[in-house]
Ligand binder design. Sequence first.
Ligand code: SAH
Ligand code: SF4
Ligand code: F3S
Length: 476
Amino acid sequence: MAGRLFIETVGCQMNVLDSEMVVASLRKVGYELVAEARDADAILFNTCSVREHAEDKTYSALGKLKRLKLEHPEKIIGVMGCMAQKDQQLIFDRAPHVDFVVGPGQLQRIAALIDEARKGAEQQLAVSLGRRDGTREAIERSHETFDPLRDPEMRPTPFQAYLRIQIGCDKFCTYCVVPMTRGPEQCRTPAEIYEEARVLADQGCLEVTLLGQTVNSYEHRGAGATTRLADLLVKLQDIEAIRRWKFVTNYPRDMSSELLAAVRDLPKVSHYLHVPAQSGSNSVLRRMKRGYTVEQYREMHARIREMVPDAAVSSDFIVGFCGETDEEFHETVELVRECRFKNSFIFKYSVRPGTKACELLPDDVPHDIKQRRNHELLSIQDAISEEDNAGFIGRTVEVLVEGLSKRGMRTAGTQAGPAQLTGRTPCDRIVVFDGDVALTGQVMPVKIHDVTAHTLIGELPAAANRDQLLPLYAGD
Ligand code: SAH
Ligand code: SF4
Ligand code: F3S
């Protein structure tokens, strides 16, 4: 059944990739994308459950569609993603005008679900088994990857792509819903991953980011050989067209020296490591059940600095986790000062039903203290980022041009001459500079003359000098 499709995506890279796959699968059966929900025959929300705020926003967006559905009952509304798996029937209770709910492990059913709904089916629920609802094998089978289709048109930038190498998570940090919503950790075969990377290369992809919740825990046991992330990276290097490889998110305990050696030695692998610490306090890490001590994190960080001295390391932190005292928070501040991360994502703890922390630990840090700690940590991190970025002034970096910057988009068409463009360095630093939008998708040298905490600001060398492109280099 052909029709018009609207999709809204929130959450992490996994969701962005799932949406790309869903759009590709629906295009195959005749759907075309539209930019407004009210113009669509099928409206999809790809949702995230990692914090309550993300869910609240989705429920409020769903609420806003109630009237549209009343006036146009033939329009189909579907909820997919992590909230679908977590809330299941609750979504129909809170938003009775939703036609179907489909978890991230059941996306191969989406075209059929829309079809059935358009034919007048009752509310349909397509979710995977819960973590205690069967044998490991049965649970694994109910969480299927949905990666066979690639749709370059769906990517915001066709020359960049995500490639999933692992689904699910088995770490069970006490605050986190992901092991419930995404199911058991499962690694795709090296052959599948390699094939998909070749398809991406054929589609003109220059930069591929390998995805996994704990991507460096990747391990595939085949006949006679075990493949880990370092081996996979080596294997992927012979795909010539792809000139940058990144991978996220890393788990501190699995940052092996073999992997760091691969990052150091393979010229196309970016010197960028996102490896969340979550806290700098051993007692908090223990309550979070993160599986390492702050000493082990420091040891890992020192090893990165030693083996890949120019690596950009970034982190995530949760502030105001259950029972976090001022002293514990200050241990996190210490770690941030010491490690000088390229950047940190800082989140206020949000209780998630179904997690161990929700069951066993009171959410006892008042909201205003969470807020204060969030601001304090962020301002310390930002000062560090700005100081370290200042070291780039006067240097030339290699930038993969992604298109108009936010400012470039605002001023598009209103001013003559070049627009402001944005792109990233191999180490994932954001660079803005003026240039012709036709440079999008190219790798250019940019000379930096100013910085903020989050951005390097530079200019293209004169056209005559551009041919002397930088040698391929994985650091900044
Ligand atoms: N798999 C990744 C991260 C997944 S979620 C990893 O292990 O690093 C992304 C980030 O959201 C986490 O790193 C954590 O900092 C944050 N997060 C997860 N659950 C949260 C919660 N309940 N409240 C606040 N932040 C949370
Ligand atoms: Fe969540 Fe921890 Fe798994 Fe990351 S490692 S997805 S934080 S349970
Ligand atoms: Fe959110 Fe699910 Fe990703 S909970 S962060 S969309 S894995």
